[in-house]
Design a protein around this ligand. Sequence first.
Ligand SMILES: [Mn+2]
Length: 361
Amino acid sequence: MIRFIHTGDLHLGLQFKDVAFHRDKAENRRLELWNTFERIVYKAIEDDVDFLFIAGDLFEEEYFTLGDMKRVRDNLAKASDVRTIITAGNHDPLRGNSLYNRVDWPEYVTIFAAGGIEKKEFVDKGVLVYGYSWDTVENREDILEELPDLDEKRINILIIHGDLLDRNSVYLPLDRNLDKVGFDYIGLGHIHKPTIYSNTMAYCGSPEPLDFGEIGPRGIIEGTIDENGTNIEFTPFSKRMFLERRLEIDEDMGYVDIMDELKTIDEESERTINLYRVILKGVVNRDVNLDLEDMARDLGEYFYYIELIDETTMDYDLEALEAANRDNIVGYFIREMKDRGLEDRLTRDALYIGLDVLMKG
Ligand SMILES: [Mn+2]
């Protein structure tokens, strides 16, 4: 039996320059990527796995330094009983001047060369690993064409960074049929959302999410392969999650009510670790001043990070509006909606949304 950990898309070195969240949080995030990488290596050692697969985008070429590369090397060097397998992705392509080529690697770390699918044998483990490294930032090769024959007496594993979701992708489009070729495991990189397609094919996803485009749990894939087949499972491993919540408010709620709801939108143990985006929905009382930045600041001690998005509508003074607009479309609209019955939540929301449009128009 062999045991493995499959990771990828760590994006070490990323500087989070474009993200919406505050600079000190972004700087923290950069350190947390490193910390999570180091935790993964430590786990590989502790769990005594046979292989640690890294399926591309280990680092950000744009920001990475030789010192950073040595830090990667020195971490992996600690895992001397683990075969670490690295295939390069589109963010860390393996071309001539790549930092991958500028440090000396221990013999138990294998970095696949660019230029097509390569095969490496690990005799003591009875394993053949097929790997593919990028040497460009875009790539439309058809790798199914060049797949070598598998050796059925061995365990066959493919590690590759590519796009299984889009046949027209410029990021190495892959075919779902890859799973039918006969590999005991296909460890994919590139899509940051962890996705298990079958027992034998999965995206590990980014172990540490990078922004609000990567909502929910993130982690690693842990697996075993023996004569009965392959078993894999997703293990949450990120230090923090990006989370999105919705808060429905209504015209009966004052500022304090809204803040109280926000403060308790999740357990304290979650709020003080994760990064939250809360979308405010519903109808706001016209006396409540929703200053989102002030509110987020006020909530600072309740959340590690929170940002608010306002998708509310205002509750208009219907009597005054109707009186002032008796003979135009605003008045007609209010009367029509009143006739339909404002005790119905949907009708009332439709009225306020419609008024928003009409008043701004
Ligand atoms: Mn990536």
